[in-house]
Design a protein around this ligand. Structure first.
Ligand code: UD1
Ligand code: UDP
Length: 380
């Protein structure tokens, strides 16, 4: 661990999982270009390998790395370790402001640790609500806790800003910036292909040429058990079609891997692969016919690229993709999943109606706006 000593105010960005890293690397880059404060990063490594994939691509070398992931970590043990680990870093650095993103345990504990020291908190991706505390679980409550603590709320859309206003968050603390995932997506999609693309995905695109590729991701804690089993059963039947191939980068959660490998591991036209680094995943988003996912971030990225997305969840705190017509909530019932996927494969009009590029989540300038607002707030 290194501590920079410049005498300037310090802004500490705390993150720990893959999606937080993807959505915060553009923010860290934007903050780092500002001269009147010092930008520090603390990673909890709630995720290890999947976090490191993003740190490497984004060339972020964290100032502090708590390295606290454990296999099969429980929510209470993870939360306890996060709180005490982050607390120590805050005591050491005493930043003027802490930035957290989204709704993970890391984000919630980052905000709570800062609050315990009366350090103001900026919340990136504020105001998303499903109004069901068990879907997504535990993220709905994490996000509300952070919203209670933060004094700068960066809402991706007007709808998320509205949700915050309804909770009596002062209007002057709410900023509609768009979602920083669009910044990350545009930065990555506009880069020339990286050499790894050739190694991982190109052979699969070749192997599956002539088939429609369905990209799949699934990891949600509330889907562990019946939800994932149903999803796996539907995918297995879908994969029997000779015009279809599935590319499925499997989350490193051992519970997810066991269910998916047991159910799908023997199928030749299902590529169960390791988690892809972000440029590779963006390539999959571009190449696939459509996505089937329970991920939050993919619901935001797929509409931007005009890729239909079947959302394998009962509720979503991101209704904008559904309203735009690119995303459809299909739950985790095997028969519903199957029939919705078959409609996208066989009904061209239905496919074309969904496959239109919409960008309800921002224009790629969110990170710059966030850096501007933070810089101005330090000056005042
Ligand atoms: C976490 C977040 C969830 C987010 C998701 C993104 C919480 C409570 N959940 O869920 O909001 O949508 O990340 O993926 O914060 N593992 C590895 N290597 C990794 C990552 C995970 O081995 O790089 C394994 C470990 O065994 C770990 C398990 O996956 O214990 C679960 O990770 P954890 O962060 O606790 O939960 P996720 O379900 O990934
Ligand atoms: N992603 C990735 N590689 C993969 C799968 C997903 O880079 O193999 C990216 C994806 O583009 C999105 C983010 O990871 O930006 C979503 O992360 P995840 O599904 O783990 O979490 P969630 O969005 O559900 O919180």
């Amino acid at each position: 661990m290194t501590m920079k000593m410049t005498g300037k105010p310090k802004i500490l960005t705390i993150f720990g999982t893959r999606p937080e890293a993807i959505k915060l690397f553009p923010v860290v880059q934007a903050l780092s270009s500002r001269k009147n404060f010092e930008t520090l990063t603390c990673v909890t490594a709630q995720h290890r390998q999947m976090l490191d994939q993003v740190l490497q691509i984004a060339d972020i070398r964290p100032d502090y790395d708590l390295d606290l992931m454990k296999a099969n970590q429980s929510l209470d043990d993870l939360t306890a370790r996060l709180l005490s680990g982050i607390g120590k870093i805050l005591d050491k650095t005493m930043p003027q402001r802490v930035i957290v993103q989204g709704d993970t345990a890391t984000a919630m504990c980052g905000a709570l640790s800062a609050y315990y020291r009366q350090i103001p908190v900026s919340h990136v991706e504020a105001g998303l609500r499903s109004y069901n505390i068990y879907h997504p679980w535990p993220e709905e409550v994490n996000r509300k806790i952070i919203g209670t603590i933060a004094d700068q709320h960066f809402a991706p859309t007007e709808a998320s800003a509205d949700a915050l206003r309804k909770e009596n968050i002062p209007a002057e603390q709410i900023y509609v910036t768009g979602n920083t995932v669009i910044d990350a997506l545009l930065i990555t999609a506009n880069k020339p292909d990286q050499s790894d693309l050739a190694n991982i995905l190109s052979p699969l695109y070749k192997k599956f040429s002539g088939r429609k590729i369905i990209g799949v991701t699934s990891h949600r804690r509330e889907n562990l058990g019946d939800g994932l089993t149903n999803i796996a059963s539907a995918l297995r039947i879908l994969a029997m079609r000779d015009d279809v191939a599935l590319i499925f980068p499997v989350h490193l959660n051992p519970k997810v891997r066991t269910i998916m490998h047991d159910a799908l591991g023997d199928l030749d036209n299902v590529a169960m692969i390791e988690p892809l680094d972000y440029p590779n995943f963006v390539s999959l988003l571009k190449h696939c016919h459509f996505m089937m996912t329970d991920s939050g971030g993919v619901q935001e990225e797929a509409p931007a690229l005009g890729k239909p997305v079947l959302v394998m969840r009962d509720t979503t705190e991101r209704p904008e993709g559904v309203a735009a017509g690119t995303a459809k909530l299909v739950g985790t019932d095997k028969d519903v999943l199957l029939s919705e996927a078959i409609r996208l494969l066989d009904e061209e009009d239905h496919y074309l109606a969904m496959a239109r590029a919409h960008n309800p989540f921002g224009d790629g300038t969110a990170s710059r706006q966030i850096a501007d607002i933070i810089e101005q707030s330090l000056a005042s």
